[in-house]
Design a protein around this ligand. Structure first.
Ligand code: ARG
Length: 456
């Protein structure tokens, strides 16, 4: 397609080195959609007759079907998806096919295809994130009363509702959806018409092409448009953060399924055994998810590094953008799907959670707050309760086993009503500020998420 000025055949080694069709073939539905819109604009500019347009439309449709059926012969000597499809079209319909590339370069074509591809994939990923949120909210609703220790430093800290813990992840995934949406808005711009870098002397109706492809805007700088991959980097950054959230959730699931925690039991369908140790039931989904975060981070760095230091405008370096994007798309989609399904079948061990949450030390801060309400400055109250914790540890008992005299030995501010503080329910119910895990707050949050998920 560019052999006019060349006398020598391309070296076979270079061909293998330079081809991208082995991975960019998957852009084909978008490449064809872009070509159909471009052909319509060529016809509107009287550069294609109605008959030629009809031939192109029929030819591209037939090629799309052939590819979908797996019968299309991809040729690596034709470098990429764009040249493969154009060459097949010309082989099929002749002269009209050879007119399609008028006022277009593969530089604006590939920029277009990648935008169309990512726009569609972002929508699918958002659906999967919604399914993930539904799985988490469903699990929370099934165990709306379950209480477990909340942790800091992975040490038991204060009691929380299990639902509150799960809804923390729903919030994270909501931010992921927001970030993907932000990126999607910025990528929703038509680059086609930018040509190789400087538009074309043949001026097609870009607004018409944009409208046909559902873009609300057309790019305003041809040099930027052919070399811009910000949208891909933004997607990869959003994917990396989403991977981080999935990895944190994985870590919780892994901890919860240990004999040490035993808060969660995964179904047989979503665990694997050991070929050596017959008793093992491993949380491989969560471990693989945690591991795949490496890809998601790596793909972001890979693209950022490709983009760094590229002179204006299109450079062949840019061919290295696609595999990173494809891999993050594939990784997120498969991970979100399997993880949500796994959560749907997980059994929550609420009795074990309740036993852990009954640890009286979880209410140490409540006792300090009690003293504060009796007029003791917080720092002093903290010290007093710290001493009582030490006393309990020494005697091998919890706060409820102390007598009022024990309490009063550390501070005269204690009264008989101190024992009422040592009630888990009361502790939770007192945490009423916005964002805190009182049962009333948490059920309001569950209702809010139910509404959000019903509307989306
Ligand atoms: N295969 C190329 C890529 O993925 C398509 C654009 C090639 N453009 C060019 N001028 N060689 O980036």
């Amino acid at each position: 397609m560019w052999t006019g000025r060349f006398a020598q055949e391309t070296d076979a080694g270079l061909r293998a080195f330079s081809e991208s069709v082995s991975f960019d073939w998957r852009l084909y539905p978008h490449d064809i959609a872009g070509s159909l819109a471009h052909a319509a604009a060529l016809h509107a500019a009287s550069l294609l007759s109605a008959e030629e347009l009809g031939q192109i439309e029929a030819g591209l449709g037939a090629i799309r079907d052939e590819i979908a059926r797996g019968e299309f012969q991809w040729r690596t000597d034709l470098e990429d998806v764009h040249m493969n499809i154009e060459s097949a079209l010309t082989a099929r319909i002749g002269a009209a096919g050879a007119k399609l590339h008028t006022a277009r370069s593969r530089n604006d074509q590939v920029a277009l295809d990648l935008r169309l591809y990512l726009r569609a994939e972002i929508d699918l990923i958002v659906e999967k994130l919604r399914a993930m949120q539904r799985a988490l909210v469903g699990l929370a609703e099934r165990h709306a009363d379950a209480v477990l220790p909340g942790y800091t430093h992975l040490q038991r800290a204060q009691p929380v509702l299990f639902a509150h813990h799960l809804l923390a992840y729903v919030e994270m995934f909501e931010r992921d959806i927001g970030r993907l949406g932000d990126g999607r808005r910025r990528l929703d711009v038509l680059p086609l018409g930018s040509g190789a870098l400087a538009g074309s002397t043949i001026n097609l109706d870009r607004a018409l092409i944009a409208q046909k492809l559902g873009f609300p805007a057309v790019s305003q700088n041809s040099m930027d448009a052919v070399s811009d991959r910000d949208f891909a980097a933004e997607f990869l950054a959003a994917a990396a953060l989403c991977g981080m959230h999935l990895s944190r959730l994985s870590e919780d699931v892994i901890l919860w399924t240990t004999s040490e925690f035993a808060f969660l039991t995964l179904s047989d369908a979503f665990t694997t055994g050991s070929s050596l140790m017959p008793q093992k039931k491993n949380p491989d989904v969560a471990e693989l998810t945690r591991g795949k975060t490496g890809r998601l981070y790596g793909n972001l760095l890979r693209l950022l590094t490709v983009l760094k230091g590229m002179p204006m405008t299109y450079n062949r370096d840019l061919q290295e953008d696609k595999e990173a994007v494809f891999d993050s798309v594939d990784t997120l989609k498969i991970t979100l799907g399997v993880f949500a399904a796994m959560l749907g079948e997980a059994r929550t061990e609420t009795a074990t959670m309740a036993r852990a949450a009954a640890d009286p030390n979880l209410l140490a801060t409540d006792l300090a707050d009690y003293l504060v309400l009796k007029g003791v400055p917080f720092r002093q109250a903290h010290e007093v309760i710290g001493k009582l914790v030490a006393t309990c540890a020494q005697r091998g008992v919890g706060f409820p086993q102390l007598t009022l005299a024990d309490f009063r030995a550390e501070s005269g501010a204690f009264d008989e009503d101190v024992f009422a503080v040592l009630d888990l329910r009361r502790s939770l119910e007192s945490r009423r500020n916005p964002g805190a895990p009182s049962p009333a707050n948490v059920s309001a949050q569950l209702a809010r998420w139910r509404d959000v998920l019903r509307a989306n």
